[in-house]
Design a protein around this ligand. Structure first.
Ligand SMILES: [Cu+2]
Length: 159
């Protein structure tokens, strides 16, 4: 296939994509964040499902009302076996795939909080993607979810 035809195809795709990609084809399956107590930064966890026909890339997040910036983070185990947080450029979701954020795994990091995040309140996070429109997600601040997570970690596995 010649380059010209490829260009034409690409132009056609760009023209058609907005019609295909709709905000509702990204589903929010779960969302929560622990209270911040006195921390400078706080984590937030969202589980997304990609019901769109194309691969989706989560590129950035923000929560202007409560933090100066937000970053996409994951955890890695370094050469010394120590688990550390790492910023990532993006999180990708193939069609039909879910992206689960959870403590110890992928998460959104709210950097330099403007104020404390109190149990029971909701904050709004803005998620920006490549491929689908920007999504605003309301995140409940929940100490119960944090406790449930800590409890599940301390429960020995059943056989
Ligand atoms: Cu982090």
């Amino acid at each position: 296939m010649c380059i010209k035809r490829l260009r034409w195809l690409a132009a056609l795709l760009v023209t058609c994509l907005p019609a295909l990609s709709h905000a509702t084809c990204i589903r929010v399956l779960d969302r929560w964040a622990p209270p911040s107590y006195s921390q400078v930064n706080a984590a937030a966890y969202i589980t997304l499902r990609n019901d769109c026909p194309q691969r989706i890339r989560l590129r950035s997040a923000s929560a202007e009302a409560v933090s100066l910036s937000a970053e996409l983070h994951t955890h890695i185990t370094d050469a010394q076996g120590i688990i550390r947080m790492r910023q990532v450029k993006e999180m990708t979701l193939a069609p039909g795939e879910s992206l689960t954020m959870q403590p110890g795994g992928k998460h959104l990091m709210l950097m330099n909080l403007r104020r404390k995040l109190a149990d029971g309140e909701e904050i709004v996070l803005t998620l920006r993607f490549t491929g689908v429109p920007t999504l605003k997600v309301s995140i409940p601040i929940s100490s119960a979810r944090l406790l449930a997570h800590l409890k599940s970690r301390n429960t020995p596995p059943h056989h």
